[in-house]
Design a protein around this ligand. Structure first.
Ligand code: FES
Length: 103
């Protein structure tokens, strides 16, 4: 496996995302990530969908690991902020966070 720095999961389950917005967000990620999606970039952000993250409300839910930061109610603007502020500038988007692994 080539090196990568972070993994971003989006829940596409029907309970937290009854409107089905998560898959469309996921599909926009490669363009949003740009260089961070490049396969041989050691700072690469892998992305994945998940059928349930055990939250089941207030989705779409997005999780960034190894940071252990959990975001709720993520729309396209929120996902763009997560990419630009958290993934590119190392500044998590505080107003969208509902849980941290260390708390
Ligand atoms: S269905 Fe998304 S967290 Fe459970």
């Amino acid at each position: 496996m080539t090196p990568y720095a972070r993994h971003l999961f989006i829940c596409t389950g029907q309970y937290c995302d009854p409107a089905g917005e998560a898959q469309a967000l996921y599909d926009k990620l490669p363009a949003m990530l740009g260089e961070l999606a490049r396969y041989r970039n050691p700072e690469r952000v892998k992305r994945g969908t998940c059928p349930c993250l055990g939250v089941c409300q207030n989705g779409p839910i997005v999780v960034v690991y190894p940071d252990g930061v959990w975001y709720e109610k993520v729309d396209e603007n929120g996902l763009s902020r997560i990419v630009e502020e958290h993934l590119k500038q190392n500044q998590p988007v505080e107003d969208l966070i509902f849980h941290r692994l260390s708390e």
